[in-house]
Design a protein around this ligand. Structure first.
Ligand code: AMP
Ligand code: ZN
Length: 114
């Protein structure tokens, strides 16, 4: 989608430090990391947020989460754990309107969110 920063990363128009890429998704490090490990997993297809995903995209949603956990484990963060976050729309704290899973690890993370 025009003017979407994550669509531009998916197409290669904007650079990102990639961890993983296949035909339907991309994982890259967050440019403002909130933990020692902080990366994002996005579909290449523009889905605005998880609440607007279609039933036909349920397989893709599962694949994104599966890849997020695989990458966290491969990076060596299985023992102490990690947080997998999907912010959605205004009250959810979403700032980039292209679906993404945050993966954060490497330090204890507080709860509940502020
Ligand atoms: P959210 O607030 O859940 O929408 O998260 C958006 C995240 O995208 C933030 O953590 C930003 O730091 C990150 N971000 C925005 N633009 C870029 C970019 N060009 N490359 C890497 N991360 C980005
Ligand atoms: Zn997009």
């Amino acid at each position: 989608m025009k003017d979407c920063v994550f669509c531009k990363i998916a197409s290669g128009e904007i650079p990102a430090k990639k961890l993983y890429e296949d035909g339907e998704m991309l994982a890259f490090y967050d440019m403002e990391p909130k933990a020692p490990l902080h990366f994002l997993v996005i579909p290449k297809k523009h889905i605005p947020n998880v609440m607007e995903a279609e039933e036909s995209e349920s397989g893709l949603l599962g694949a994104l989460l599966w890849r997020a956990q695989k990458l966290a484990v491969e990076a060596g963060f299985e023992k102490n754990g990690a947080r997998f976050v999907i912010n959605c729309k205004e009250d959810g704290g979403q700032t980039v309107p292209h679906l993404h899973i945050h993966v954060l690890s490497g330090r204890p993370l507080g709860w509940p969110p502020g």
